[in-house]
Design a protein around this ligand. Structure first.
Ligand SMILES: NC(=O)c1ccc[n+]([C@@H]2O[C@H](COP(=O)([O-])OP(=O)(O)OC[C@H]3O[C@@H](n4cnc5c(N)ncnc54)[C@H](OP(=O)(O)O)[C@@H]3O)[C@@H](O)[C@H]2O)c1
Length: 282
């Protein structure tokens, strides 16, 4: 029987993209998953499809709650709903997040604040709301960061700023919640394969080198298979690992950059396809 059988999970940003892939695997492994996003119609359609999925012998349930994780009112209602309907929480995955391309100098303060609100403050908000429930279950809190949580990048706008913050926040949570038996894990993935890879940032990156529009923003790095990444996350979670980095060889870059930022920048440049860009992550 799967470790996730009969567990109750919340995945934010789960109506599409990587969050949906992760939620799907949890359901297939027997968990009851509350998928969270803003568009209720899309959530309902996705849950109907997951609940009629016959491709599993060990099947859980997909439930949903429409919420904007940047709203304290919505998040309060989400956790009240989970408590009342499901009675417990074993896993929170803070997955909802926004990326961008652009120069910091040209990024408006409004756009910067918007990204901080979703990528950082929403993670704080959902984590705070989940802690009392996770304390009871001795469950798992997983924050989806990026390679850009560890290695600063060029032309990905405020994204690296917010993902470094997610790494710091996750470290603090890990230290503070260990004595309560809550497992806290940071996930640092490189670019994930998706249907709109390569065209997603066309509007934003019009003035920047063409490589910046590609997954990885110019770094020569293979995109990750989302299903494999989701499986790795669930296994690492079950083993209560502190951190998961994919591809794992990126840890070498992180170590070099810690020892010497200049060496780290040199390595990034060497693996970038343009002299004008040095970047990693999303
Ligand atoms: N994609 C990559 O290559 C990559 C690489 C490294 C790390 N990551 C990280 O992985 C996570 C997922 O990335 P992704 O590319 O799969 O994301 P995505 O496709 O852009 O995420 C879309 C999902 O997030 C929901 N969402 C957006 N804003 C929301 C809000 N305010 N409240 C609630 N839900 C919201 C969307 O639904 P609604 O619009 O209906 O709300 C949808 O379900 C992010 O944290 C990202 O930084 C991604």
């Amino acid at each position: 029987m799967s470790y996730w059988n009969d567990k109750i999970a919340i995945v934010t940003g789960a109506s599409s993209g990587f969050g949906l892939v992760l939620a799907t695997q949890l359901v297939r492994q027997g968990a009851t998953v509350v998928l969270v996003a803003r568009d209720e119609d899309k959530l309902e359609a996705v849950c109907d499809s997951l609940n009629s999925d016959s491709d599993s012998s060990n099947k859980g349930t997909a439930d949903y709650f429409a919420a904007d994780v940047t709203s304290t009112e919505d998040v309060t209602k989400l956790f009240a709903f989970v408590s009342e309907k499901h009675g417990r929480l074993d896993l929170l995955v803070n997955n909802a997040g926004l990326s961008a391309r652009g120069r910091i100098e040209e990024t408006s303060l409004d756009d910067f604040a918007k990204m901080i609100e979703l990528n950082v403050m929403a993670v704080v908000r959902c984590s705070q709301a989940a802690i009392p429930l996770l304390r009871k279950s001795k469950g798992h809190l997983v924050n989806i960061g990026s390679l850009a949580s560890k290695s600063a990048s060029k032309f990905i706008g405020p994204y690296a700023t917010t993902k470094f913050a997610v790494a710091g926040l996750t470290h603090q949570l890990r230290l503070e919640l260990a004595e309560d038996g809550i497992h806290v894990m940071l996930v640092c993935p490189g670019p994930i394969t998706r249907s709109d890879s390569g065209s997603r940032y066309n509007d934003q990156a019009a003035e920047l080198p063409a490589e910046i529009r590609k997954p990885g923003a110019g770094v020569k790095i293979k995109t990750l298979c989302p299903e494999k990444l989701a499986a790795d996350i669930l296994t690492a979670c079950e083993k209560r690992k502190s951190e998961l980095v994919r591809p794992s060889k990126a840890k070498i870059l992180f170590a070099i950059a810690q020892l010497s930022p200049a060496w780290g920048d040199w390595v990034l440049k060497k693996f970038s396809s343009s002299k004008n860009c040095q970047s990693s992550g999303h």
